[in-house]
Design a protein around this ligand. Structure first.
Ligand code: FES
Ligand SMILES: [Fe+2]
Length: 445
């Protein structure tokens, strides 16, 4: 028993849980996230110049995104710098957004273009609406909310340059802390259990070969390595080889600070990424991207999105889309997230809407990491170490140090995951981790 206890991981201390979970202004994690480019929304939310502005809540603060008459995207604080009216109510016209209270008008960089109630006073040269750098890439709107002098380059992930039909990004709203949403993406140990029905239900978009392997061994061994961007990890399963012999199937995945997960098996050409944006301490929007260089039309990606349970009608029904998230009636604790007990009696394992919604529901059912009640085992090591990386990231920023991910230039296009049959479990980093990403002396396997 003692021996087993030594193999379990300790829970985090309450103050450590606080540091990684709380993201409101004034917290170390708020400052840490603001050192990185973050996803604020989708380009498709702003289909044309002067289209309707949209609110984006990030890290417990409200911003507005709008596309001006020239098609430029702006990210401003929602609160008008005059007396605080919401710019989400503003008129988007003639190269800027105009507050409807007293008519002050702002350009995408926050410059005041017009101040109709100021008479002859030139306050517009003195004041400025807080504005933030924006880049549109991969169908997403990336913003940088930190100090100008610390702005890093936008990560050069390969899929950001894919054609729109090769990469589909779906926002999914979790009523949970972002750390639990990350867990769902990074924790391969739940896959063949929580998502069992999704794995065994045939679907045109699904590669049944992969799911057969995942189901063949529901107790994979895990191995993790700290890297200059976060963590590489591997799930190693014993699966039958061509002659029915035991072989070791190794699937690697990556966690990239502050909040990106590449799920196991994601390669250069095909796979799944997710950026888990903390809306506030209790809500997260996951921007989940399915990509494949072989897709030639939008339906290809849409088939995969549907297979993963992220079709628009399904997310609206559950209340997991951005549009439906604030609806009073949604899948929630009070209605047991619409769990279908009759379907469970009839053979379905979870009785929940399949696949990604299962991850959302589990995260929501947990709500927040517990510093006292969790009982961790070796199968939890991937998420335990991600939490440590997040903790160190926040502490470093708090101490005025460069955090992991910002200490040296990183070629994000080379962060690739793989699936391979390996000879020996310990050999996987040699074939799966580009050496430039390994940190000296920080191997944590
Ligand atoms: S509050 Fe916006 S112009 Fe006065
Ligand atoms: Fe999952």
């Amino acid at each position: 028993m003692d021996n087993l206890r030594n193999r379990s991981a300790p829970n985090m201390a309450p103050e450590e849980v606080d540091i990684i979970c709380r993201v409101e202004p004034g917290t170390p994690m708020n400052a840490a996230f603001k050192r990185f480019w973050l996803v604020a929304g989708l380009s498709a939310d702003h289909p044309e110049p002067d289209s309707t502005p949209k609110r984006s809540r990030m890290l417990s603060e409200d911003y507005i995104l709008f596309r001006d008459s020239e098609g430029r995207m702006g990210c401003l604080r929602e609160r008008c710098c005059h007396r605080g009216a919401s710019l989400c109510l503003g008129r988007v016209e003639d190269g800027g957004i105009r507050c409807i209270f007293h008519g002050w008008k702002y350009a995408v960089d926050g410059t005041i273009l017009d101040m109709p109630n100021a008479g002859g006073y030139q306050f517009k040269k003195i004041y400025k609406q807080p504005a933030f750098p924006v880049v549109e890439k991969g169908g997403m709107i990336w913003v940088y909310l930190g100090a100008v002098e610390e702005q890093p380059p936008l990560p050069n992930f390969r899929w950001l340059d894919f054609a729109p039909e090769q990469c589909v990004v779906t926002p999914v709203v979790y009523e949970s802390n972002y750390t639990l949403a990350i867990d769902g993406g990074a924790d391969s140990s739940h896959f063949a259990i929580l998502h069992r029905d999704s794995c065994i239900t045939p679907h045109a978009a699904a590669d049944s070969n992969i799911y057969d392997k995942l189901l063949a061994d529901v107790a994979p061994r895990f191995d993790t390595y700290e890297t200059v961007f976060g963590q590489y990890s591997a799930a190693i399963r014993t699966v039958p080889g061509p002659q029915g012999e035991d072989t070791q199937s190794c699937r690697s995945s990556a966690f990239i600070v502050p909040a990106t997960v590449l799920v196991a098996g994601t390669t250069a050409d095909k796979g799944l990424f997710a950026f888990f944006m903390p809306v506030d301490t209790h809500r997260t929007i996951a921007y989940i991207g399915n990509f494949d260089v072989d897709w030639s039309k939008l339906e290809d990606g849409q088939n995969m999105v549907d297979f993963m349970g992220m079709g628009k009608a399904n997310l609206d029904h559950l209340g997991f889309s951005r549009e439906a998230a604030d609806r009073t009636e949604r899948a929630n604790r009070a209605n047991n997230w619409y769990q279908d007990r009759a379907a469970m009696k009839a053979g379905r394992f979870t009785g929940l809407a399949p696949f990604v919604p299962e991850d959302v529901i589990i995260a929501e059912s947990i709500g927040m990491i517990s510093s006292t009640d969790d009982h961790l085992i070796p199968a939890d090591q991937v998420i335990v170490r991600i939490r440590r990386i997040l903790l160190n990231m926040a502490r470093d920023v708090d101490a005025g140090l460069a955090p992991v991910g910002l200490r040296e230039p990183i070629d994000y296009s080379q962060i690739l995951c793989q699936e391979k049959i390996i000879e020996e479990a310990k050999a996987w980093p040699d074939v799966m981790i580009p050496p430039q990403f390994l940190q000296q002396g920080t191997i944590t396997s």
